[in-house]
Design a protein around this ligand. Structure first.
Ligand SMILES: Nc1ncnc2c1ncn2[C@@H]1O[C@H](COP(=O)(O)OP(=O)(O)OP(=O)(O)O)[C@@H](O)[C@H]1O
Ligand SMILES: Nc1nc2c(c(=O)[nH]1)N=C(CO)CN2
Length: 896
């Protein structure tokens, strides 16, 4: 957000006002939408620039004629630490209101920072910056806690400098301006702040002025929590000259009291006297209990926590705890420092005692947080994880890849696996009976229980209360990453189908689909066909376990069997990440325990999320992990338009190798050729088709015709018809495309395919012959929505509208050394190579290798991932890892 922060304000006389700048006021606040933010709080910072005429104060060298920055700081701090707001914007507005309650101040710039915001990607800060003045007034009133009472001298002389205005310690009021004019009360006429208006009488305080744009309509004033003590301070208190004036103790938040306590500012004369007599000042009961104090109270009422309940000690969870402990330790340190500071202030013993009590309280609160985790494992932790992960990453000095660790769950996982394969029948039954989470009392809708036909009654375990964090249903969407793979049957068709089916799972939305990778099998029996792999980005409101069950159900629908570990399969759907949750249970572990070492997951993932970071042990930047994964050389190619490419004609001749001057399949060393995939046995019931279609780039630069039977040819306009009655077909556990199938054939969900298709821009993640990589002239999105009902906002590029597609074409710009002879890049200055409408073949690079965007714009080679690994993507980001010309923004305007 940009603002004119600190850029100057003209005063009533047309001259620039002076500025008092206060930066970096910070406090732990409880603002935010997420429950965990409300519960645990986080650091907030604020900067303010006060615009006023400082001449009166300077002339008399008199603090009373200006504003005390200490008072302002306290107010700012009080807002940050005070009543929780959902939005940073509201916090900024409150600060502005508190500041402008001082009549001397003509305008204020406020910046509020939320550097620990729960954002699951690396970031530095979230900042909201606003400017408010006497005409563009804050949309909330000043907090009751604001030090709005000005010294008498300042008030008396304010008129000379045209700065008087109401200074009552008003409470915040909900904004009822242009947002909800119909709710305005006629009895509450709109008032405009006017710096020339006389200050309100103390005995009859005026309401906080509201913007003039407010229509005189009825208003329903919902008292904010800030209103709890909104009566004006008594006249005596307001008139106290040059004395620090504080809101009643019960109105001040605990952090504010601590702050004041540290400053020795919270002691009233009588309290000082008490302390000098060695007595502790009694604490008045608070009417407004800070959130963490409530938590403390709750904790105090709870029984002694039992060790190990309900989580098993897990390495990853321990790690999470460490992060939290380090946070707590930090807090503790702050309090240690605070204590020392107090001691340095040589306050009397009574005060120190009180403060040490506070410190103890805090320690107890820390403990309560710690023990709350096992007792209240749901919800909170899920959202705390991002913070913990972020925090840990920051503490480590960025997202440097931690030393690779061997799978800490290996034994457990192996056991689990053996069990599963020993009892594969049981496993099938269990998965089939993995009834929706609605059966465990959760509001999940996938899939409706009655639509299942489990082989046996749902196991008792599924009727239990949520067992662990994997059963938590999130309050909002959680970003997830799902990997799919197949090497039996008709892999591409199955995977297309799976994408459609996943997107149709209620509570799950696929937001992006990676290119399709052809990969050498990793692990399992030696003689195994190549896999096709892809990664899906999605967001879900399902619990992690609910989502895994949905994935397994789709595996089952496609005839997944488990005969041997890592054996060939018709479909594998793995849950790679669930937000930044890192945890494991008997039946589920996230992140997927082997994701960090699997190029067949990491490489497709990094293609669509170059900045993605895999959380957890062994995690790190996905692109970096991909570049070093042991199986990276097994990545054969990436197909771009695999979701939307038209089905090759029956019996079509194998695609001619591109006339690209590169080696053809015949030229390629046999050892480099990917093994042929087995004959198709499509589970979808559609007839197999002969190979043909996209050119496959093989190690060493050769090409080979290759194809997988896929969906039907799009109709006119590139759309694929969707029979409505089938689209609404009920879900059952029958195979896709069969009568009563739970899963409609994939084509039903593929709509409408943009025609003609062109490849999505794909990052070249390696550095092989970068100078010869051409710039595709027009790259367009190749992925169409897989569910027509999910329209704008679903994250998919616009579909079906040729013009829209045209406009959405990515912008290309040079990010490295331009290829020889290429003009400056840009939307209109692309390389002469490339293609249009998917008809031209990619041109040959000057080194004799085919271009990165190959024939039919369907398949790209993956230099560096085939043959010898030539380079490793640098740690400092995807842009640097792109060797030459490459898209810097994709069709959605995102960085590529
Ligand atoms: N994040 C996860 N994603 C998928 N399965 C998981 C996950 N965590 C635990 N599992 C468990 O792993 C079991 C085996 O899964 P599956 O048969 O798909 O393994 P695989 O795909 O052959 O091997 P791998 O787990 O190495 O990918 C499943 O029954 C499931 O309960
Ligand atoms: N290339 C490749 N190899 C694998 C895959 C896979 O999806 N692709 N899945 C496995 C178990 O999930 C084991 N090995």
């Amino acid at each position: 957000m940009t603002t004119a922060f600190g850029t100057g304000v003209t005063g009533p006389d047309g001259r620039s006002l002076d500025q008092v700048r206060l930066t970096g006021v910070n406090a732990r606040g409880y603002h935010g939408v997420l429950p965990s933010e409300r519960r645990t709080g986080q650091d907030f910072q604020a900067d303010v620039v006060l615009y006023l005429d400082t001449r009166p104060a300077a002339a008399g060298d008199d603090l009373a004629r200006t504003v005390s920055y200490a008072d302002v700081a306290r107010d700012v701090h009080d807002v940050l630490a005070g009543e929780a707001a959902d939005l940073v914007e509201t916090v900024a507005e409150r600060i502005a209101a508190a500041v402008l309650a001082r009549p001397q101040i003509e305008a204020v710039d406020v910046r509020v920072h939320k550097p620990q915001a729960p954002i699951p990607v690396p970031f530095t800060d979230v900042e909201v910056a606003i400017r408010r003045d006497r005409t563009h007034v804050p949309v909330v009133a000043a907090p009751a806690t604001a030090s709005a009472v000005e010294p008498v001298v300042a008030q008396a002389e304010a008129q000379d400098f045209r700065t008087e205005a109401a200074a009552e310690p008003l409470s915040y009021e909900p904004y009822v301006g242009d947002l909800a004019p119909q709710e305005l009360e006629p009895a509450e006429p709109a008032r405009r702040a006017d710096v020339f208006e006389a200050a309100a009488q103390p005995e009859a305080p005026e309401p906080m002025p509201v913007p003039e744009l407010i229509a005189p309509e009825p208003v329903q004033v919902v008292p904010a929590a800030w209103d709890l003590q909104s009566e004006p301070a008594p006249a005596e208190q307001r008139d106290l000259p040059k004395e620090p004036v504080f809101p009643a103790e019960e109105l001040r938040s605990e952090p504010v009291q601590q702050y004041e306590s540290l400053q020795g500012l919270d002691q009233r004369p009588d309290q000082h006297q008490d302390q000098h007599q060695g007595q502790l000042p009694s604490r008045e009961p608070r009417q407004e209990q800070p959130a963490f104090e409530q938590q403390y109270d709750q904790f105090a009422q709870q029984p002694e926590p039992q060790q190990g309940q309900p989580f098993e000690p897990q390495a990853q969870f321990d790690q999470g705890q460490q992060f939290e402990q380090s946070q707590q330790f930090d807090q503790g340190q702050q309090f240690d420092q605070a204590q020392q500071f107090e001691q340095n202030q040589s306050f009397d013993q009574a005060q120190q005692f009180e403060q040490s009590q506070q410190f103890e309280q805090n320690q107890q609160f820390d403990q309560s947080q710690q023990f709350e985790q096992p007792q209240q494992p749901q919800q909170a932790q899920q959202f705390e994880q991002p913070q913990q992960f972020e925090q840990a990453a920051f503490e480590q000095g960025g997202y440097e890849q931690p030393p690779r660790q061997t799978d800490p769950q290996a034994n457990h996982y192996d056991q689990l696996f053996d069990q599963q394969y020993d009892q594969s029948d049981m496993e099938r039954t269990r998965v089939a009976a993995a009834v929706p989470d609605s059966a465990v009392g959760q509001p999940e809708q996938y899939p409706a229980a009655e639509q299942f036909q489990p082989a046996q009654a749902p196991a008792e375990e599924y009727r239990e209360e949520p067992r662990d964090r994997f059963d938590e249903v999130p309050a909002g969407y959680v970003d997830v990453v799902i990997a799919i793979g197949a090497n039996l049957g008709d892999p591409q068709a199955t995977m297309r189908s799976a994408v459609a089916e996943l997107d149709r799972v209620p509570g799950l939305q696929i937001t992006d689909v990676s290119p399709l990778a052809r990969t050498a099998a990793v692990g399992g029996p030696e003689e195994q066909p190549d896999y096709l792999n892809a990664v899906l980005l999605a967001r879900t409101t399902l619990s992690a376990r609910g989502l895994l069950h949905a994935c397994q159900e789709i595996e089952n629908v496609h005839g997944r069997t488990r005969e041997e570990r890592w054996g060939p399969r018709t479909l594998d759907v793995d849950l790679i990440t669930y937000g930044t949750l890192t945890d494991s249970a008997d039946d589920i572990e996230v992140p997927h325990p082997r994701a960090h070492e699997r190029a067949f997951v990491l490489e497709p993932w990094s293609q669509i999320a170059p900045d993605a970071v895999l959380p957890g042990l062994g995690g790190g930047p996905v692109a970096q992990l991909a570049a070093t994964a042991p199986d990276r050389t097994g990545i054969r190619w990436l197909a771009l338009d695999w979701l939307t490419d038209p089905e090759p004609e029956q019996g079509a001749a194998a695609a001619e190798p591109a006339d690209d001057g590169g080696r053809t399949v015949q030229d390629a060393p046999a050892a480099e050729l990917p093994p042929a995939l087995p004959p198709s046995v499509p589970p979808s019931g559609r007839p197999p088709v002969s190979p043909g279609g996209p050119v496959v780039e093989v190690p060493g630069g050769g090409s080979q015709p290759q194809a997988y039977p896929s969906g039907p040819t799009p109709g006119p306009g590139g759309s694929v018809p969707i029979p409505p009655q089938q689209a609404a077909a009920p879900r059952t556990a029958a195979p896709a495309g069969m009568p009563g199938s739970a899963v409609p054939p994939p084509e039903e969900a593929l709509v409408p395919a943009p025609a003609p298709l062109a490849p999505r821009a794909v990052r070249d993640t390696a550095h092989e012959a970068p100078e010869h990589e051409p710039l595709p002239q027009q790259a367009k999105p190749v992925f169409a929505p897989v569910n027509p009902s999910r329209q704008p906002g679903s994250g998919f590029p616009p579909a079906g509208n040729g013009a829209a597609q045209e406009q959405a074409a990515p912008v290309f710009a040079p990010v490295g050394t331009p290829p020889n002879g290429l003009p400056d890049a840009g939307p209109a200055g692309g390389a002469p190579h490339g293609h249009q409408n998917g008809q031209q073949h990619g041109q040959n690079g000057q080194n004799g290798h085919p271009t990165a965007y190959d024939s039919d714009h369907t398949v790209i080679r993956v230099p560096g991932f085939v043959g010898e690994q030539r380079s490793v993507a640098p740690a400092d980001g995807p842009i640097d890892s792109v060797p030459s010309w490459a898209p810097v923004r994709d069709e959605r305007g995102r960085d590529a």
